[in-house]
Design a protein around this ligand. Structure first.
Ligand SMILES: [Zn+2]
Length: 159
């Protein structure tokens, strides 16, 4: 793919980020998912209109692309995002098996306008017991039943 095509797809992601602000929909973020040079899905950030804290542009675009392609794997796809992905989106991109990330604004640019995800990276670096978010284990023996059933199942879909 020529660099100009990468620029074209990134401009679509940027346009989604601009539309989001212009239409008062939410944060200035947009993402586009492309497969074999064809746009599969694109989305702006939808946290506010959807009342969904996970509806970042990248996660929203992944959901749309998976619906469109009727699959849980976006292997063979690349994502163009108007801003460097946050830890949640980065993890979602890994889970979706997207091949490559192209980004425009950096996380430092995002932090400068009030969207700071640095604290999450800091949290991940700390031992669980030292994190701000309390994490408590309960009922492991009861929960293991589903794991055993999964292990024994002959009808499961591996993903
Ligand atoms: Zn994100």
């Amino acid at each position: 793919m020529k660099n100009t095509q990468h620029d074209e797809f990134m401009r679509m992601a940027i346009a989604l980020s601009e539309q989001n602000v212009a239409q008062g929909l939410g944060g200035p973020f947009g993402a586009v998912i492309v497969k074999d040079g064809e746009v599969i899905a694109g989305s702006g950030n939808k946290v506010v209109p959807n009342n969904d804290p996970t509806a970042h542009a990248e996660v929203s675009a992944i959901r749309l692309a998976c619906q469109k392609l009727n699959t849980f794997s976006l292997e063979g796809c690349v994502i163009y995002t108007s801003c460097e992905p946050c830890p949640m989106c980065l993890a979602a991109i890994y889970w979706a098996r997207i091949d490559k990330i192209y980004y425009a604004n950096t996380k430092v640019d995002a932090a400068a306008i009030g969207f700071d995800d640095h604290f999450i990276y800091e949290e991940l670096d700390r031992p669980v017991a030292e994190r701000k978010l309390p994490v408590v284990q309960l009922l492991r023996n009861e929960a293991l039943g589903a794991f055993k059933a999964w292990t024994d199942s002959t009808s499961k879909t591996h993903y």
